[in-house]
Each structure stands twice: as C-alpha cells, then as structure tokens.
Design a protein around this ligand. Structure first.
Ligand SMILES: [Zn+2]
Length: 312
C-alpha cells in the first residue's frame, strides 16, 4: 500500500490492475533499443501498464482521482486490454465503500481513466458507481469526446460520462478551478487538448510530508510548501519523464513537450511529488534534474533508502 501524508491530507494509491500496452505506442518515436532498457515487453511487444487511482482523504471529504478501466469494456476491447477491474475490490480491502467517495475527478475521458465512473445495474442500466459523489471532468475533453477524431474514437466510451453530465452529477471544468480547498486542476495540453492535472496542496500553516514508516521527502525548497500532482498521461510512467519521451497516443506531441517544460518549471523547484497514472511499479516519485540535464525519478519510499530509479 502506497500511502503518504501531506499536511492534514492523506494520499493513497489504489490500482485497477494492469493491462498490456503495445511498446511502440507506449513510447512513440523512441526506438525500442532505448525504451527496452526501462520497460520490459513480452513476445508480442506488450508492456504492462498500471491503472493508478489516487485517493485523497482531506478530513472532510474522500476525493478519488481517476477511476481506472472499469468493467464495461466491449468484447473486442477486452481482447486487446483484458479487463482487470480491481479498483472496487482494492478500495474495499482498505475499508472504502463506493458510498464513501464524495468527489471523483477525471483528468480526461479516455476509457482507461474513467471506467469505474459508472456501472450497469442488474437491469443493465448505467448508474453512477459512487452514488453520493460529485464528479468533475474537463469541459473541453467532454466536448471533444462527443465528436472525437477517427484516430481516437475507440478511446471514448460515452457511458462513462454522458449519463453523469445529463443527470447533473458531473460538473465540467474549464481548468484552474479549486474543487475543494487544496485540490485544484490545471490544463496541460499534449496527450489531448484539454487534459487536466490534479494538484494537491494541503492547506495549513506548516504543511509537510511524512510517510507511515518514517519521515522522508521534506521539500527542499525554502517555501515549505508540499505539493503532489497527478500528472496523468502527460507523463504516464517514470520512463516518460524525459522531455521527448512522449507516448505515440499523444494527439499534440509538441504540446506535450511544452507542457512538460511548464510542469518542471514549477514541480522541480518546489519538489512536487509526481503521481504516475500508468506506472505498474512506481506510482509516485520526486523528479529531479541532474547536472547533466538528465531527469531522474527518485522513489518516495523510505524502504528503498531514498533509492533512485534512473532513467537515462
Ligand atoms: Zn489518455
């Protein structure tokens, strides 16, 4: 269990399982001789991809960022991706029931990010999985999802969001909004035009990081602000932290690079904890830049002795 406290907030990662992604699509124009040093592929060139959701307990609300792949995939989609569907079981094992979730935030509306937003009831009707939750998603993303391009139409499953928008249970975001004190969204274009990162800054006079098993990762900046960011598909894994290592899926690859620069300008300076949506092993890490310019993901785990995952 990955858990960390940030001021008065408690953050934990819950997985919906892993699924196979074609290595070429996962790493775009990066040659396999390079990416295969960081990610292992099977005989069909599939790499395991994680489905990491972030649960933020603020003390007042339980906020769930991203809802994995869910359990409503078509037979054809299941042939490609399987359907691990483990998120509810993993939440339940930690004592979190669907009724306990107050807020759900989707960074964008691809099927592997909002799948558990809804489920089918016993009559086959699509209903909210988290009945009491207020849902949030980027407005631009929802508008695009109504008329996607031929290239990515397969990535959108309207049952994951349209019923929630129609019922008023989902609020659409412009970017920049604070959803509850300390939790806000910022648009980072590249993967899609309107994808939003979720930024968590615990309110309070002297926020600090500490981990269950021991104290780690004090912000190195003098500001004393501790921040975590669910950066979603802008950097899906620790293997994607170099500026030019984008996914083949990205609709606007040059915007991905510009957004990463913008992110690093803030995140490196203030030592943000970056949460990786698709990393099967390292769901969060501190990203640092070595003198050579190389980006390095430093795991936020005291058990690893401050161990460093190197990506050259
Ligand atoms: Zn995506």
């Amino acid at each position: 269990m990955h858990r960390i406290t940030l001021g008065d907030f408690e953050l934990s990662v819950f997985s919906d399982g892993t699924y196979p992604l074609d290595g070429g699509a996962f790493f775009g124009v990066i040659p396999k001789v390079m990416w295969s040093k960081k990610a292992s592929a099977d005989e069909n060139n599939y790499c395991p991809a994680g489905l990491n959701s972030l649960l933020i307990r603020t003390g007042k609300e339980n906020v769930l960022v991203e809802t994995g792949m869910g359990n409503k995939l078509s037979e054809r989609m299941r042939k490609f991706y399987g359907q691990p569907a483990k998120l509810l079981d993993n939440l339940s094992a930690a004592g979190v029931a669907p009724e306990d979730i107050d807020i759900v935030i989707n960074s964008h509306l691809h099927f592997d990010h909002c799948g558990w937003n809804t489920i089918r009831d016993k009559n086959g009707k699509v209903v909210p999985t988290f009945p009491k939750a207020k849902y949030y998603a980027p407005e631009g993303e929802w508008r695009y999802a109504r008329k996607p391009s031929d290239r990515d139409v397969i990535s959108y499953i309207p049952d994951n969001y349209d019923p929630l928008v129609a019922s008023g249970q989902m609020t659409l975001l412009r970017g920049g909004e604070e959803i509850v004190p300390g939790i806000s969204v910022t648009t980072f274009p590249g993967h899609t035009a309107s994808m939003q990162a979720i930024i968590v800054q615990a309110p309070g006079e002297n926020p600090h990081f500490s981990q269950q098993q021991g104290e780690v990762g004090h912000p190195s900046g003098s500001g004393g602000v501790a921040t975590a960011c669910y950066i979603s598909d802008l950097m899906p894994t620790t293997a994607h932290i170099d500026l030019t290592w984008g996914m083949g899926f990205d609709l606007y690859p040059l915007d991905t690079i510009a957004s990463k620069k913008e992110y690093y300008a803030r995140a490196l300076l203030e030592r943000w904890l970056t949460v990786f949506t698709h990393d099967p092993k390292v769901p969060w890490a501190y990203i640092e830049q070595e003198e050579s310019g190389k980006m390095v993901a430093r795991e936020a785990s005291p058990l690893a002795g401050g161990g460093t995952v190197r990506h050259s």
